[in-house]
Ligand binder design. Structure first.
Ligand SMILES: *Cc1c(COP(=O)(O)O)cnc(C)c1O
Length: 433
């Protein structure tokens, strides 16, 4: 790979290699594409989650109020909007926060895809053993009989933290043996919490990719072990995509119209790409050209932006352009994008941008002060999006959006935070002040 040449032909790569913030607009956005999944796949995942709802409600009583459906609120944040306009530049339209930071069970967006993948595995094992049919009341899985069945199997995953939490909690609850391979970025409290739930936590001094590779290697030697592959799992991706179907009625409840005169902009923090990619895919299936999606990454680990801007996807890593991959946004500390997601995003994303770590904490503190909502640093990575998009006049002209921004809706997707211990959150907040 000739990195020098890449930088000359692609100024955004040169800027990224200097840790500069970039705003990359995707020239392939809206082009025709043949995608590996469709609406049927999203509906199938949604139906599976509905089958499991009685189990989830029983095994996790905190979800009883939503009858076992793991979902988060969509909240309008007008006070934060005025702060954000002051901090990042003015923008028109209504501003919402999608509070996946407060999803039940594991407090991050990983409670969508991660839990979905393990449920699908459990369903298959139970059906294969003749102990379950799709018409049964799945609450029966919360029993010694099923725990004994699942205890013969194991689940393994490599993670920077939040995926490990999701997989560890749901796997242990079902009765699986579960091993979480954690990278150096993972916070201590996440390791402690997982161990308290009965998961085995293996720690690595290296980055996320090493943790994933070790997990994959160990799982490969054990036919009874299912490896959750964050770098290419279809199940994770489709589990995340269900969020889009759930968002539409929430938008309607908030009197938000999305059509050719009322564009919707969605800003998602991106690590390996699975979570934001799945949500983006679902939203594009449902809302087509009326939704515009952007991914946000830290300047030290902009793996998806790099993969898309060069067209190299998982064949290039942030280390290849001299970046260290070290960021306070631990959920986004990923050096190489998912091979599955990058290619799907080639036509679905409007663009990507990067943010310096130092900006995350002031956003975190402002959201806490103005809206009383506490989220983790990673989840603040998207907050510069509305101002960036609004100031991109050429982009707005080319999409026919320039005269529609007053009627626009912006959603910042808050991807994690409610499980952060109070004392840690206090430190984040104080740093932001
Ligand atoms: C995992 C995570 C993301 C990004 O998800 P990917 O699938 O890695 O792209 C964003 N924010 C938080 C808090 C996360 O834990």
């Amino acid at each position: 790979m000739d990195i020098k040449k890449l930088m000359v032909s692609n100024p955004v790569v040169a800027d990224m290699s200097a840790y500069k913030e970039v705003f990359w607009l995707n020239p392939g956005a809206g082009e025709p594409a043949s995608l590996p999944f469709g609406m049927d796949d999203i509906n199938d995942a949604e139906a599976r989650l509905a089958r499991f709802a009685p189990y989830i409600a029983k095994a996790f009583p905190e979800t009883a109020r939503s009858a076992g459906i793991i979902e988060s609120p969509l909240k309008e944040i007008p006070k934060m909007k005025s702060d954000l306009c002051r901090m990042t530049g003015n923008f028109d339209g209504r501003l919402f926060l999608k509070c996946d930071s407060h999803l039940p069970i594991s407090g991050s967006i990983k409670a969508r895809g991660g839990i979905y993948e393990v449920l699908k595995l459990a369903e298959k094992i139970a059906i294969d053993h003749g102990m379950l049919t799709a018409d049964d009341d799945y609450s029966k899985l919360d029993s010694n009989e099923f725990h004994r069945l699942f205890s013969q199997y194991s689940v393994a995953v490599g993670s920077t933290g939040n995926l490990g939490l999701s997989i560890g909690i749901i796997s242990a609850k079902l009765g699986f043996k579960v091993t979480v391979h954690m990278s150096a970025d993972a916070r201590q409290w996440k390791k402690d919490l997982l161990r308290s739930k009965g998961a085995v936590v293996v720690e690595y001094p290296d980055d996320y990719q090493k943790a994933v590779a070790e997990g994959r290697r160990e799982a490969a030697s054990d036919p009874m072990c299912h490896f959750v592959d964050d770098e290419g799992s279809q199940d994770l991706f489709l589990g995340y995509s269900v969020a889009a179907k759930r968002l539409l009625p929430q938008l309607a409840d908030a009197d938000v119209t999305v059509d050719s005169r009322h564009p919707l902009f969605v800003y998602l923090p991106c690590g390996v790409g699975g979570a934001p990619g799945g949500v983006a895919f679902g939203l594009k299936q449902l809302l087509g050209e009326n939704v515009h999606i952007f991914f946000a990454e830290p300047t030290h680990a902009p793996c998806m932006t790099l993969g898309l801007a060069t067209g190299l996807h998982d064949a290039i890593a942030v280390r290849d352009i001299g970046l260290d991959g070290i960021t306070d946004a631990d959920g986004l500390a990923v050096g190489r994008p998912s091979k599955l997601v990058g290619t799907i995003m080639e036509t679905l994303l409007d663009g990507c941008y990067t943010i310096d770590d130092s900006k995350l904490y002031p956003f975190l503190a402002a959201l806490a002060d103005r809206e009383k909502i506490y989220i983790e640093p990673s989840a603040c990575a998207s907050f510069t999006g509305p101002a960036l998009v609004t100031s991109a006049s050429q982009y707005l002209e080319s999409k026919g959006l320039a005269d529609k921004m007053a009627a626009a809706t912006h959603i910042l997707w808050a991807t994690g935070g409610s499980m952060v211990p109070d004392n840690e959150m206090k430190l984040y907040y104080e740093r932001g002040k």
